[in-house]
Design a protein around this ligand. Structure first.
Ligand SMILES: Nc1nc(=O)c2c([nH]1)NC[C@@H]1CN(c3ccc(C(=O)N[C@@H](CCC(=O)O)C(=O)O)cc3)C=[N+]21
Length: 297
């Protein structure tokens, strides 16, 4: 068996083109483009690359770029002030606080300062609660991107056994919730799981977000399974994921590469969420306007 390689770059390009169409329609209707604010604290080189990629993709899709770069030694109140300003700015549809933030800052507490209707990363306590309850809301970008990749390859989710390796708030947990919403049978494995190999070999679909280079080898994979690699590591031979690509490609039915797999989909999902946030706010404002006495008279 030689795996079909799922081309995340191509799927992401098509998704961004659809989002650009929605952004243009929004602008035509409301006279102003959707806006995305990225907030970066400090100068971690990987974070700088990701934020640069997000801003470039947003601009290309017709989304206005708002960016704040704060010093690594910023106080919590500095950051709270920046998030409050962006929250009050009507040109800003979505706010993304790039993670991780420096050690002395409380990432989850800062994320929760983002107004829920601008939470395009889907990471606030409210967004995660809505997802857990199966209610409408903004969904985390990487898990959304993974679902879109699986759909693009026509890998059926309903009834499939999906093993998610990793239990982070950013990926593993919301990934499992989204999959449950699509009627998958979901197992979450993690660093304390006993006999990981036996667990992952049960998977029809294996989503790996463990943050450990080459954790998943051919032995971990059931022949024909779909393997989605969420990991990203800078190694001496370039970027690599959590999956030993060459050996797993000989066993899996579908496999995503790194780079060119999940990463570009994360960005595509962010842009889609940003336009959705703009649309939802505009609709809410219009319905308030219609109810206001000014329109009744
Ligand atoms: N609040 C927040 N939201 C995030 O969505 C978030 C975050 N924090 N912190 C870090 C992770 C990581 N992440 C990536 C985004 C794009 C690529 C990406 O574009 N990857 C390219 C390669 C880019 C490169 O050259 O490094 C690819 O895989 O083809 C990768 C990783 C978003 N994250």
């Amino acid at each position: 068996m030689t795996a079909a390689i799922i081309d995340g770059a191509a799927v992401a390009r098509a998704s961004r083109a659809r989002t650009a169409g929605r952004a243009a329609a929004f602008r035509a209707r409301h006279g102003v483009a959707p806006g995305l604010a990225t907030v970066l604290v400090g100068d971690d080189p990987a974070s700088e690359v990701y934020v640069r990629n997000k801003r470039r993709a947003a601009t290309e899709a017709g989304i206005a770029d708002f960016h704040r770069h704060l010093d690594a030694r910023s106080a919590p109140d500095d950051l709270a002030g920046v998030i409050a300003d962006l929250g009050a700015d009507h040109r800003v549809s979505g706010i993304l606080l790039q993670l991780p933030v420096p050690q002395h800052l409380d990432g989850p507490a800062l994320v929760d300062l983002i107004p829920p209707d601008k939470d395009v990363d889907g990471l606030t306590t409210l967004s995660q609660g809505l997802l857990a309850r199966g209610l409408p809301g903004l969904r985390p970008c990487t898990p959304s991107g993974v679902i879109e990749l699986l759909d693009s390859a026509d890998v059926g989710l309903a009834g499939a056994h999906v093993v998610v390796v990793g239990r982070s708030e950013l990926v593993g947990k919301p990934m499992a919730q989204l999959l449950l919403g699509r009627d998958a049978t979901v197992t979450i494995a993690h660093s304390r799981t006993r006999n990981l190999e036996a667990v992952t070999r049960e998977a029809d679909i294996l989503v790996v977000a463990a943050g450990r280079p080459a954790l998943i080898t051919a032995r971990h994979v059931k022949p024909g399974a779909a393997v989605i690699d969420v990991g990203i590591h800078r190694t001496s031979h370039g970027l690599a994921g959590d999956v030993a690509f060459d050996e797993v490609s000989a066993v899996a039915g579908y496999l995503t590469p790194v780079p060119g797999g999940v990463g570009p989909m994360t960005i595509a999902a962010l842009l889609s969420n940003t336009v959705s946030a703009a649309e939802i706010r505009a609709a809410a404002t219009e319905s308030t306007d219609r109810r206001s006495p000014h329109h009744v008279l």
